[in-house]
Design a protein around this ligand. Structure first.
Ligand code: PEP
Length: 242
């Protein structure tokens, strides 16, 4: 019922040469899963053109909560849609922790992304300290609740949610498949009946070696992959496993 999705977040990495090589390898992907790539803004048109016809989607790593006007350095959902994006990540933990994005701002970005015709990939997750304090589920529920308040439950159910424990991002530490399933199930329960169709991805040091076990969990519908998405062989293998 839910089609698996594998997303590759390239973050602020790459140049013309390395991205051309990654595009060539994306064209070799054979997977039943939906695949979406999130390159840096400036390379979006290059990637959109390079993967044309390959059945792979492209998304933006961030989106402005504004629609247009005097907001230097910002890029709107509509602009992203116009250059060929289908998705936009909102609330990535690096945006929350480094750039101070609050739940409220993430909720506004979510609304703006959908208004611009994009499918938001809403990232949620707890820090290690919050996990150790037993606050994981409450933190995640609050992050999602802020977006439900802003856009409505129906809108959140139409989006993609990515559970990304902050302590597992770029650290090599993955949540166990059981830890991931507990959180994914809680998220789905929070969404109620309509949540049965919502794709919930796991993100945090996903590699070919740990992907299968995660994908076997009933509420894990794919992965948001950071570091390993820059390694063509690893990423192809993860897509194959989904
Ligand atoms: C991410 O940045 O969303 C991520 C999951 O990174 P990594 O796979 O490198 O942990």
């Amino acid at each position: 019922m839910r089609h698996p999705l594998v997303a590759g977040n390239w973050k602020m990495n790459g140049n013309h040469e390395s991205i051309a090589a990654l595009i060539a390898s994306l064209l070799e992907i054979r997977s039943d899963a939906d695949v979406v790539i999130f390159p840096p803004y400036v390379y979006l048109p290059l990637v959109v053109a390079g993967i044309e016809g390959a059945g792979i989607s492209v998304g933006a790593q961030n989106v402005s909560e504004q629609h247009s006007g005097a907001f230097t350095g910002e890029v709107s959902g509509q602009m992203l849609r116009e250059v060929g994006c289908r998705y936009a990540i909102v609330g990535h933990s690096e945006r929350r922790s480094i750039y101070g994005e609050t739940n409220q701002q993430v909720a506004e970005k979510f609304t703006a992304a959908q208004a611009g015709g994009l499918i938001p990939v809403l990232c949620v997750g707890e820090t290690l300290e919050q996990r150790e304090q037993g606050e994981t589920l409450a933190i995640i529920a609050a992050q999602i609740d802020a977006v439900i308040k802003g856009s409505g439950l129906g809108a959140v159910c139409e989006a993609v949610i990515a559970y990304e424990p902050v302590w597992a991002i770029g650290t090599g530490k993955t949540a166990s498949a059981e830890q991931a399933q507990v959180v994914h199930q809680a998220i789905r329960q929070q969404l109620g009946d309509s949540g049965a169709k919502t794709r919930i991805l796991y993100g945090g040091s996903v590699k070919a070696a740990n992907a299968s076990e995660l994908f076997m969990q009933p509420d894990v519908d794919g992965a948001l992959v950071g570091g390993a998405s820059l390694d063509a062989k690893e990423f192809k293998e993860i897509c194959k496993l989904a």
